[in-house]
Design a protein around this ligand. Structure first.
Ligand SMILES: *[C@@H]1O[C@H](CO)[C@@H](O)[C@H](O)[C@H]1NC(C)=O
Ligand SMILES: *[C@@H]1O[C@H](CO)[C@@H](O)[C@H](O)[C@H]1NC(C)=O
Ligand SMILES: *[C@@H]1O[C@H](CO)[C@@H](O)[C@H](O)[C@H]1NC(C)=O
Ligand SMILES: *[C@@H]1O[C@H](CO)[C@@H](O)[C@H](O)[C@H]1NC(C)=O
Ligand SMILES: *[C@@H]1O[C@H](CO)[C@@H](O)[C@H](O)[C@H]1NC(C)=O
Length: 483
């Protein structure tokens, strides 16, 4: 043992052996007595260390002295593994933002509610942001406890609540591979989108980046390791002019903001925005609920070849929706149309899910923007999505959907449709039963990765939309901060 050699070298009563001490007058003071006094505490320390090692190794939450030069102390999740820290490279630090950037925004939940919301945002905040639980029509287990009337804008709150339970959080930002900024960007903006001047809409974004840039965490990588989440599309934060009539805020055009990666439900052309799935109604609490739902979908009877839930966009020039609705109605034996301009029937999750569950294909044309929440509702129902624009999914959800989009979806060019080169029913009738089956199985397999699990529990082996987003962000930041 090294310690033993050390002690014997210094205290064997033959100090001349030690070259370092040779010819040094101090040598004579190293009497055996002195050495004992000097080394006794050292021996005691090593003994304690061994004792500790033998008896406390298996205790959860054991304080582990991290080997990094920072000398920081962290709590080890789960069993101590001396050879490898399972969180290494995955540590995330959450900025402790002033409450005006998050808690205060949702505290005033009436101010973020609009008349078009099915529920007030106060109700949507229930259940950690999942919204009110869906009351089942009958006591089927499938509908119990894991289905909620979730408002898509609540993604910021749901994601933040998941982040708080992330298993590799650290209080030491020097150890972190990424820094999460829990700013409720979209909810904050929602208060000022209508009837407010541009300075009101821009205020909190400017305030936020000023706060961030003053922090030591910023200086390390100029914010390149920071990320945040938005439940609104990226375009809402890229207002080009200061005219009041222009839409949105300028948050993502601020120089500091551009260095932060924003996870958003729809990206534009900016390289620092990455799309993640819209939240659906299903928020499983455990793996079993996911598998049970997948099994249920495999056995579904799907009497309709295709369906569409949506409304016309008469004010929008060049919208393909009118054509799609016309074609759906013209093939009424094959297509089921749910008109969302009537009685808010599309706001009812049970209605919508049962429409999609009884269809083989679900049409997903662009709406006000290129993407739709409906795309994820259709995947969740095992209904094969049909896209009319590559920006509706293929160029968006690169961490969550497979690159080979023919495996799980059908693409129909809007141009061909408009000029009458193709019809929807003919295109879909050409897909054989076997191909349908294979595609549906792909879609059903995508479900775990596009749902956000209930933040109050923990999925065991499944990587859900949150987990995939975190894996993606860690890989991305690693590349960004390398040079
Ligand atoms: C500890 O980490 C090593 C290296 O990754 C691994 O091979 C080993 O299985 C781990 N042991 C435990 C108990 O997790
Ligand atoms: C309720 O039960 C009936 C009969 O078992 C079933 O056909 C129906 O799909 C169920 N409804 C829901 C919402 O699960
Ligand atoms: C914007 O509106 C706020 C209140 O709504 C007002 O206090 C402020 O002066 C306005 N700013 C400009 C530049 O008009
Ligand atoms: C953004 O990041 C780049 C590259 O790291 C850096 O040069 C620049 O100063 C950063 N911008 C701000 C406003 O911090
Ligand atoms: C297919 O669609 C066309 C027009 O979109 C329609 O005229 C035709 O009747 C449809 N065929 C069937 C079998 O529904």
């Amino acid at each position: 043992m090294k310690l033993h050699v050390l002690i014997s070298e210094f205290c064997a009563g033959n100090p001349t052996k030690n070259i370092k001490w040779k010819n040094q007058p101090k040598r004579k003071y190293c009497s055996n007595h002195f050495c004992f006094v000097l080394f006794f505490p050292v021996v005691l320390f090593f003994m304690l260390l061994c004792f500790n090692h033998l008896f406390f190794e298996n205790i959860k939450g054991f304080v582990y002295f991290h080997g990094k030069s920072t000398g920081s102390v962290t709590y080890f999740p789960g069993k101590l593994n001396e050879t490898e820290d399972s969180c290494l490279g995955r540590y995330i630090y959450i900025h402790d933002l002033p409450e005006r950037f998050n808690e205060d925004v949702i505290k005033d939940c009436q101010s973020i509610t609009r008349s078009t919301d099915k529920y007030s945002m106060c109700k949507s905040l229930e259940n950690s942001g999942l919204g009110p639980g869906i009351e089942a029509l009958n006591a089927s287990d499938l509908w119990k406890n894991s289905w909620f009337s979730t408002n898509q804008f609540m993604l910021e709150v749901i994601f933040h609540n998941r982040m708080k339970k992330y298993d590799c959080l650290t209080d030491d930002s020097a150890l972190a591979s990424a820094v999460f900024v829990p700013y409720y960007s979209g909810l904050d903006l929602r208060r000022y989108l209508w009837g407010f001047n541009t300075s009101m809409r821009d205020l909190s974004g400017i305030d936020l980046v000023a706060w961030l840039a003053r922090k030591p965490e910023w200086k390390r990588n100029s914010g390149m390791d920071h990320f945040l989440i938005s439940g609104r599309i990226a375009r809402d934060f890229r207002r080009k002019s200061n005219r009041k009539s222009d839409w949105g805020s300028n948050f993502r055009l601020l120089p500091e903001s551009e260095n932060i990666t924003m996870l958003t439900i729809e990206t534009g052309y900016s390289k620092n925005d990455v799309a993640v799935p819209y939240p659906t109604y299903f928020h499983p609490a455990n793996d079993f609920q996911v598998h049970q739902w997948q099994e249920f979908l495999r056995k579904q009877n799907r009497p309709y070849l295709f369906s569409f839930a949506g409304a016309r966009r008469s004010r929008q020039k060049g919208s393909i929706r009118a054509e799609i609705i016309d074609q759906c109605q013209a093939s009424n034996k094959l297509c089921n149309f749910m008109d969302c301009s009537l009685f808010n029937q599309c706001d009812d999750p049970l209605n919508l899910m049962s429409l999609f569950r009884s269809s083989v294909f679900c049409l997903q044309p662009p709406g006000d923007s290129l993407t739709r929440r409906s795309t994820f509702d259709s995947i969740l129902s095992g209904c094969i999505p049909v896209f009319f624009h590559p920006g509706s999914a293929y160029t968006q959800y690169v961490w969550h959907l497979p690159k080979d989009h023919n495996r799980y979806s059908v693409f129909i060019s809007s141009k061909d449709l408009r000029v009458g080169k193709v019809t929807i029913n003919q295109t879909l009738l050409q897909v054989s039963k076997d191909e349908q089956l294979a595609m549906r199985e792909e879609v059903i397999k995508l479900i775990p990765g596009i749902v956000y699990g209930d933040p109050r529990s923990r999925l065991e082996t499944i990587d859900d939309a949150f987990d995939l987003a975190i894996n993606g962000i860690l890989k991305r930041i690693k590349v960004l901060t390398k040079n």
